[in-house]
Design a protein around this ligand. Structure first.
Ligand SMILES: Nc1nc2c(ncn2[C@@H]2O[C@H](COP(=O)(O)OP(=O)(O)O)[C@@H](O)[C@H]2O)c(=O)[nH]1
Ligand SMILES: [Mg+2]
Length: 201
């Protein structure tokens, strides 16, 4: 897939504001500061499309980007930011579950994890929700430029085991800094979008 156009559409908090039209959604989930915005900018070839930040926990909305007028890339609010209150954590859980429940347009969900770290309890909770919602999952282990290549495979298998992902869940080592893994991610997006469309009729 070539990215011909990428445009920020809107940010939403309430289910009635989530986009729901004919276009499928490809969704990003992951810890705050893991690199979701950087992933979007790298995939879309536009460093300024999604707001990246050294200030974790800033994205508290569901953000929609129109890619090629063919699908929405959807950035769900990151989790696990220590300074967030209990109340806000609950609101976050509601928002994500609302989005997942209301949504029948999800072609695939990319669960983004830092290749250097073991999954957290919230990563595992997220993985459980996604398995429950029965949507296609792609693991993306990002910031791989910060780790020697020989260590990728054992880290990836540790993450797979920890999250209870079968061998059928693809896990792509990725770096927004070097664009490593970008082509594979675009190919997977293509595959899941065509599977989604063939389920349509
Ligand atoms: N070295 C490296 N840094 C990254 C990568 N992806 C993101 N970052 C950095 O990690 C921080 C958080 O990234 P951001 O995309 O805002 O994370 P988000 O909160 O998940 O959207 C920023 O300082 C990014 O520059 C990567 O692949 N490699
Ligand atoms: Mg972000």
């Amino acid at each position: 897939m070539n990215i011909k156009s990428a445009q920020y559409i809107k940010s939403a908090v309430n289910p009635e504001d989530f986009l729901q039209d004919h276009m499928p959604h490809i969704v990003l989930v992951g810890k705050s500061n893991v690199g979701k915005s950087s992933f979007i900018n790298c995939i879309a070839n536009n460093k300024r499309l999604a707001h990246t930040s050294g200030q974790p926990g800033k994205t508290r909305t569901v953000n929609f980007y129109n890619i090629n007028d063919a699908f929405y890339l959807v950035d769900l609010p990151g989790y696990g930011y220590a300074k967030v209150s209990k109340k806000e954590q609950l609101r976050w859980g509601d928002m994500i579950n609302n989005y997942l429940y209301e949504n029948t347009s999800i072609a695939a969900i990319f669960h983004v994890l830092d290749i250097r770290h073991s999954p957290t309890a919230l990563d595992r909770q997220m993985a459980e929700w996604l398995l429950f919602h029965n949507v296609p999952i792609v693991g993306t282990t990002t910031k791989e430029d910060k780790m020697g290549k020989t260590r990728w495979k054992p880290q990836i298998e540790m993450i797979r085991k920890n999250l209870g992902w079968s061998q059928f869940v693809p896990i792509v080592p990725f770096s927004a800094t070097t664009s490593q893994g970008k082509d594979e991610i675009l190919n997977l997006m293509d595959i899941y979008l065509s599977n989604y469309h063939s389920n349509d009729d």
